[in-house]
Unconditional design. Structure first.
Length: 352
């Protein structure tokens, strides 16, 4: 891999930065996706960057472009956005892409963000109709951890403080100096979690690659919580600049009454603070707005257990601007976003 320092530094310095826009993330997504770094300015002094992931559509000679959690730029400067998008559009046409998908970490409250995207030719993605709001979650829960450790702890719900102390008292130990061998431990607990919660997990090799690429670059960290030597929960954090993300979490079905997950989060928050992070991102939750579009004043009253768990640590809900598509070939774009889903739905009915 080429030197990534200037690119990653630019992403880290942005308030909208995310590890998924670091060049290392492109290595993680191979071979299913091919990374295409697009830059405006010079490598030593970028004005905007976009890590594009290119995926071929079998038997068509076509592909899609996806810019996960990007592009990264100063969205208050429309001229920069336009110049970068024109560069993206030219490359997409050259490679016969049918669309460019973006989902920047820009809060929906940012003045003019939706108008800027529309003026550049983007339309809201039909993929954003799922409960998470897109390929990446639209609704994230984040907390400020810039205060002292004692003040951060004091901001937790009293029951969460009790659970953290209970875990420590009962002998829960969180390992923060994991080695590559611990990746297999994480994956076994992750496999149990996937089976319990009904989702399809990623293979062990994916997380080993994450260790080899992201941990080696200082962009990720593994944690394992144990009781009397038995691993009970495990997690992965990403770290970039002043931000830390809780990305993957897994828990066993045993000794849940010992609160290993509360102990795990507290250990990760303390580690993030020690690395200089000021924002701790619990990542996504489902769209929890009511039918009139309102959000509960107190997220601890939410019927969603995941929301309550994150809110108990003081995390607040942040809504991003969402997922947007720039159609490059209108006919192919319709076929991919409308025709294909209709055909799949018909085939499913016929199968039944």
């Amino acid at each position: 891999m080429k030197d990534t320092s200037h690119w990653d530094d630019f992403v880290a310095a942005s308030p909208f930065g995310d590890v998924l826009q670091c060049l290392e993330w492109g290595e993680i997504k191979k071979p299913g996706w091919r990374p295409l770094p697009i830059l405006l300015g010079t490598p030593a002094n970028p004005d905007a960057v976009a890590l594009v992931l290119r995926r071929s559509i079998p038997r068509t000679g076509r592909c899609i472009f996806y810019v996960p959690r990007g592009p990264i730029l100063d969205w208050s400067r429309p001229e920069i956005a336009r110049a970068l998008v024109e560069k993206l559009r030219a490359e997409a046409k050259r490679q016969r892409a049918i669309l460019i998908k973006v989902d920047p970490c820009v809060p929906i409250s940012t003045p003019g963000i939706e108008d800027t995207l529309r003026s550049l030719g983007f339309v809201p993605s039909v993929d954003a109709d799922n409960s998470f709001g897109g390929t990446q979650p639209r609704f994230n829960m984040k907390m400020d951890i810039s205060a002292s450790e004692a003040d951060v702890m004091a901001s937790f719900h009293q029951k969460w403080r009790y659970n953290i102390r209970l875990a420590e008292k009962k002998g829960i130990v969180v390992k923060t100096d994991c080695t590559r061998d611990d990746v297999a431990i994480f994956h076994e607990i992750y496999r149990v979690t996937a089976e319990r919660d009904g989702f399809t997990g990623r293979p062990l090799q994916y997380f080993l690659k994450m260790w080899d690429v992201l941990v080696a670059a200082g962009l990720a960290k593994f944690f394992v919580a144990s009781y009397e030597g038995q691993p009970l929960s495990a997690a992965i954090c990403f770290l970039l600049g002043k931000q830390c993300w809780y990305v993957y979490g897994a828990s066993s079905n045993e000794h849940r009454n010992l609160m290993p997950n509360h102990a795990m989060q507290w250990a990760m928050i303390k580690w993030a603070k020690a690395q200089g992070a000021e924002i701790y991102d619990f990542r996504g939750v489902h769209d929890i707005r009511s039918e009139d579009g309102k959000i509960l004043d107190n997220l601890m009253d939410s019927p969603d257990g995941l929301v309550r768990f994150k809110a108990g640590f003081g995390a607040q809900l942040v809504e991003y601007c969402g997922e947007w598509d720039l159609p490059i070939d209108p006919k192919w774009y319709w076929a991919w976003t409308t025709g294909r889903p209709r055909l799949v739905a018909v085939l499913k009915k016929l199968k039944k």
